[in-house]
Design a protein around this ligand. Sequence first.
Ligand code: G
Ligand code: G
Ligand code: MN
Ligand code: NA
Length: 250
Amino acid sequence: REFEFELREALVRKEFEIHFQPIVDIATCRACAVEALVRWRHPDHGLIPPDKFIPVAEEIGLIIPLGEWILDTACRIAADWPDDVRLAVNLSAVQFRSGNLVEVVRDALARSGLPAARLELEITESVLLQKDHGGLAVLHDLAALGVHIVLDDFGTGYSSLSYLQLFPFSKIKIDKSFVADLPTRSDCAAIVCTVVNLAKALDMGTTAEGVETVEQLELLRAAGCREAQGWLFGRPGAASALVLDQPLAA
Ligand code: G
Ligand code: G
Ligand code: MN
Ligand code: NA
């Protein structure tokens, strides 16, 4: 209860921060996108990661105004980046049930001047699990704005192939659990290759998450994966620390 109260207050007190992590084009190792990742700067407990408060924010409905603030703030910052660098923002399934997500996204783009084509919205399969398929209708309306829809955390959860048939995602993000064991486990390499080839056949791109070593990068490059994100290229940090004009790894 106390935590919920503090969480509600946090938005008013402007205790949330957005950290930014580069996503690179594997061909050039230059940033082609940047993911916005929210944190809570708690006055007593320091920096709290999103998995500690997003589920509660979803439960108490705070994710709606918080999600609007994240989208608005991140779009304003991204509007100053080079034209070939996109912004990736995570959306909660709860935001899809709010009834006005399309307006919220359209307004954030209009206020910031960020072109729709430079915004990627990362969703998880939970959006498509809604029984009434309301999530699917909203996804089509969002895509009609010109933004890209990306399927996050692919390979965890159910990862039913029918989701890929249900909606034409621009890109699939391969979960970091598969990347972590790439060099040592041949089954992970097989899974990564299969997802990359499946995405290609469906005219979708792929981003591998959690890339920490050059060895992993080389395996992903060989597999034909297009984009990579991970500590090898940069940890989530302040927007001012982003390097967007030169390669980020050897
Ligand atoms: O770095 P990391 O701990 O930032 O993020 C963990 C998870 O928290 C991400 O996988 C993502 O699902 C979620 N997350 C991070 N930022 C946001 C956000 O702005 N909105 C939503 N809904 N989820 C986020
Ligand atoms: O939304 P999503 O699940 O994609 O968020 C990405 C998560 O992965 C964030 O929590 C982020 O901090 C984390 N992350 C990003 N790069 C790395 C990495 O190289 N290694 C590990 N272990 N985690 C990472
Ligand atoms: Mn994400
Ligand atoms: Na993910």
